[in-house]
Design a protein around this ligand. Structure first.
Ligand code: LMR
Length: 400
């Protein structure tokens, strides 16, 4: 009652305004559009032929089991569900790396949590490495590393004209990287371009990374949505086998359709089993100060699936169905216009359309087709009924 009003404008008045996240804004714009034939090819979630993002059958079964059998929700610790991380390691890294004592990993809140933890760990080394990202990349990559105080620089990655990876330009760009710098690589199904480094390109990259002392940070967020679980991880695994040190950020958002449950993991491969000890201690200390402990539900569900052969088989079946649908849509899209032909042989949820930000805005306003200004589309946002209308509208803006 006697409190005096604070003098001055207050602490928060100095905060700069922030632009809305470009991808998340598209969700809101689509929601607000009353047109019945609107199409959402914005944020990267898998959709089925009816436009739904259903809970997977295997996830539902595991959730039922969890509900019936879970007898405590007491804390697990900063590492989260370690058995989840260990079982997932075999899927992501392969059994050889999963059993490698130089490799240690913990559960994280989604792939974003894994990337942020990786960034904080890198910052903690005191080496001030630059993180190199290809252009374009997921718009959240640079902010995550910068938030941890790291410098981010770019190398070329995608050539718009050929709609393919410009591997030579990428390697040339990396010539500026110095010993100890970190190179962010998309394990498969590149976001936003739908490209994936070929086995040969991974092979060429490995000795360059080793001789130049560059450390790969592999973002593996779409395993199983490209060519298959094994195929999508093969490149990353070959690089891990060749380099002494690496980081792998993993997301179960898409391949387990657990988006809002925030399920992910970070593994770090160190130069020796002895070095893996302080690495793990630092991961745990950082996690404790970032989020204390990750959310449990989604990780427990994935653990239950991976512990049970029948559930694992069913999950794999569901995942192949999702992959087939995406690839069918890719073939359809690739056939409707010469400028879209590359989409047929790209992979995963995303493709980058050869259109301008103004074209993307016109597609939203005039045609009710929702995509970010970057021209990225979520292929799975289409279905066999909408692909024709989408292609007709898009053709107005395509050259050639
Ligand atoms: C996307 O790129 O659309 C997804 O990864 C969702 C996100 O968090 O941006």
């Amino acid at each position: 009652m006697n409190a005096t009003a604070a003098s001055g404008p207050g602490m928060f008045t100095a905060l700069p305004r922030q632009p809305a996240d470009a991808l998340l804004a598209v969700i809101g714009m689509h929601r607000a559009d009353p047109r019945l034939d609107k199409i959402d090819v914005g944020v990267g979630v898998y959709r089925d032929e009816t436009g739904a993002t259903p809970v997977m059958r295997s996830v539902k079964a595991a959730e039922r089991r969890l509900l019936a059998e879970q007898d405590s929700k007491s804390y697990l610790g900063a590492e989260g569900d370690q058995r989840f991380t260990d079982l997932l390691a075999s899927i992501a890294l392969g059994s050889e790396r999963a059993d490698d004592p130089r490799v240690t990993g913990i559960q994280t809140p989604g792939g974003t949590g894994a990337l942020r933890l990786a960034a904080e760990l890198i910052a903690r080394t005191g080496r001030s490495p630059t993180v190199w990202v290809g252009t374009p990349t997921w718009p959240n990559h640079a902010p995550i590393f910068q938030a941890a105080g790291l410098t981010v620089r770019t190398t070329p990655y995608f050539d718009v004209v050929s709609a393919d990876i410009d591997f030579d330009a990428m390697i040339d760009g990396l010539a500026q990287a110095k010993d100890g710098d970190v190179v962010l690589l998309h394990g498969c199904c590149h976001n936003p371009t739908g490209t994936t480094l070929s086995a040969d390109q991974w092979r060429i990259l490995a000795p360059i990374m080793v001789t130049r002392g560059l450390i790969p940070l592999i973002d593996l967020a779409y395993q199983g949505l490209g060519q298959g679980l094994e195929e999508d991880a093969a490149g990353a695994r070959s690089l891990l086998a060749a380099v002494p040190e690496a980081l792998i950020a993993y997301s179960c958002d898409k391949n387990f359709a657990l988006y809002r449950e925030r399920v992910g993991a970070l593994w770090v491969q160190s130069s020796s089993a002895a070095v893996a000890v302080p690495v793990r201690e630092n991961l745990l200390a950082l996690a404790r100060s970032l989020w204390s402990m990750p959310p449990d539900h989604g990780a427990a569900v994935v653990r239950l699936i991976l512990e049970d052969e029948l559930l694992t088989n069913d999950w794999c079946l569901e995942l192949s169905g999702m992959r087939r649908r995406i690839n069918d849509l890719r073939l359809l899209l690739g056939a409707v216009h010469p400028a879209l032909a590359p989409i047929a042989h790209q992979e995963g949820l995303f493709a980058l359309l050869p259109i301008t930000p103004d074209d993307a805005a016109a597609l939203r306003t005039d045609h009710g087709i929702y995509l970010p200004n970057s021209g990225r589309i979520n292929v799975a946002g289409l279905n066999h009924g909408t692909v024709g209308r989408f292609a007709d509208a898009l053709a107005l803006y395509l050259k050639g």
